[in-house]
Ligand binder design. Structure first.
Ligand SMILES: [Zn+2]
Length: 426
């Protein structure tokens, strides 16, 4: 967030033009909305594909519906260095989430073309299909598909009379071929993304080098009490499911705060909550809560889950309610970034004089899925007030351009050193 730099090896104006161009392709009264599988999405994609071609990239859509622009390297068979993010948005979502990463990736390819710099490796720029939770209720379709971990049963999920398989086909993909397109050639994947949190802005860093993407575990708890007349049942003789659940909610918050005090990233949120019968004159008989917990280290998640079990038992005993054993509805482990790439990104930040700190991503990203298939890492750029998934989401174009310069340096470094670096860290 310093003064604009004038000596960057990338063109900030081109980045701004790409982001503005996509921002203009939105549901008219609902900026900035361009959801995957919507009627508008292909217009955004067509705009992007034109820019890819203008940059001299061989442009195609892969079996999983990812838009890919390719710049062949001098040494066929060396492998592919891939850069990218996603261009779909949440409803009423942001101008920069994902889009900044696609724009920065494309700018790397353009800058290389401007300078006539040839790489040994193939370079691919990717716009992953449907990173955000889509109308099919699932996310990161394209990156899961590219990594070969898209659950087959998802393809028959339905929305508005369409299956996910048909949605992928409409986006230009070929769902039957997703499993067969295994990409063994990708040597490294890098993603730039807005932070979606306040840390870089508050601490005045230009770049966050992401060391891990937090694992996300969702835990459901059901509290059963007894419905009684709210006016006639004495306070001492109740089994109030909501009063017990409220203790759980504040307990989860206190537990998460105690975990987050250390040097590791941890959050826990009761984001879904319902009670029955939800009537003014009835003691609540049932409460259901859904906890979203995110941890940098798997051991922390296990410790949190154990503490939660004990807390639930104790509250049940003290309140005369029955509390179900906390149940993990979904459970994804943390994704550490590739250590070699983290080192390369640190060095690339220094090379362009970008102040930087290492940090953990509390949000999920395509990188988490690409890491299943290849060495992967990501960088964050600051965003105003940490706001995201909202129309107010904003990132300074110069910050994105500086991030693109970091990617460019990292790509040049990787192109020269990938084989050596792989051997050294093996
Ligand atoms: Zn995103």
């Amino acid at each position: 967030m310093n003064a604009p730099r004038t000596n960057l090896p990338v063109d900030p104006a081109r980045i701004a033009a790409l982001i503005d161009g996509l921002a203009a392709i939105t549901e008219p009264d609902r900026p900035y909305t361009r959801r995957a599988f919507s009627a508008l999405f292909p217009r955004g994609r067509a705009f992007l594909a034109d820019r890819f071609r203008e940059a001299g990239l061989e442009t195609r859509i892969d079996a999983a519906g990812n838009l890919i622009g390719r710049r062949p390297g001098l040494k066929p068979g060396s492998g592919t260095i891939m850069l990218g993010s996603h261009s779909d948005t949440v409803p009423d979502g942001g101008r920069f989430d994902g889009i900044a990463g696609v724009a920065a990736a494309l700018e790397v390819a353009r800058s290389l073309a401007d300078r006539g710099t040839a790489l040994d490796h193939d370079l691919e720029i990717v716009d992953f299909l449907a990173e955000e939770v889509s109308v099919f209720g699932v996310s990161c379709i394209g990156s899961r598909g590219m990594a070969g971990v898209l659950p087959q049963e998802w393809l028959v999920r339905q929305s508005g009379g369409l299956t996910l398989a048909e949605g992928i086909r409409q986006a230009g993909g070929d769902p039957a071929r997703i499993a067969a397109q295994a990409r063994g050639d990708i040597a490294a994947f890098l993603e730039l993304h807005i932070e979606q949190g306040p840390v870089l802005e508050e601490e005045k860093f230009d770049i966050g080098v992401v060391t891990a993407i937090a694992g996300i575990t969702r835990i459901e708890i059901v509290v059963d009490g007894r419905a009684d007349h709210a006016g006639t049942t004495p306070m001492g003789g109740r089994a109030d499911a909501l009063a017990a659940a409220a203790r759980l909610v504040t307990g989860v918050e206190a537990l998460a705060k105690s975990f987050a005090g250390g040097r590791f990233h941890f959050t826990a949120t009761v984001g879904e909550f319902s009670i029955e019968p939800n009537a003014a004159n009835v003691v609540p008989s049932r409460a259901r809560l859904l906890i979203d917990a995110r941890a940098e280290e798997r051991a922390m998640m296990d410790l949190f889950a154990n503490s939660l079990d004990q807390m639930a038992e104790q509250i049940a005993r003290e309140t005369g309610t029955t509390i179900s054993a906390p149940r993990r509805i979904s459970d994804n482990p943390p994704t550490p970034a590739d250590p070699m790439l983290v080192t390369v990104l640190d060095a690339a930040c220094s090379a362009v004089d970008a102040s930087h700190r290492r940090m953990v991503s509390g949000a999920g990203h395509d990188t988490a899925w690409m890491a299943r298939a290849t060495r992967s890492a990501m960088i964050f750029v600051p965003c105003r007030g940490g706001r995201s998934h909202a129309p107010e989401e904003f990132a300074e174009n110069d910050d994105i351009a500086l991030g693109a310069a970091v990617l460019l340096h990292a790509v040049l470094q990787l192109d020269g050193d990938l084989q050596k670096a792989i051997q050294e860290t093996a």
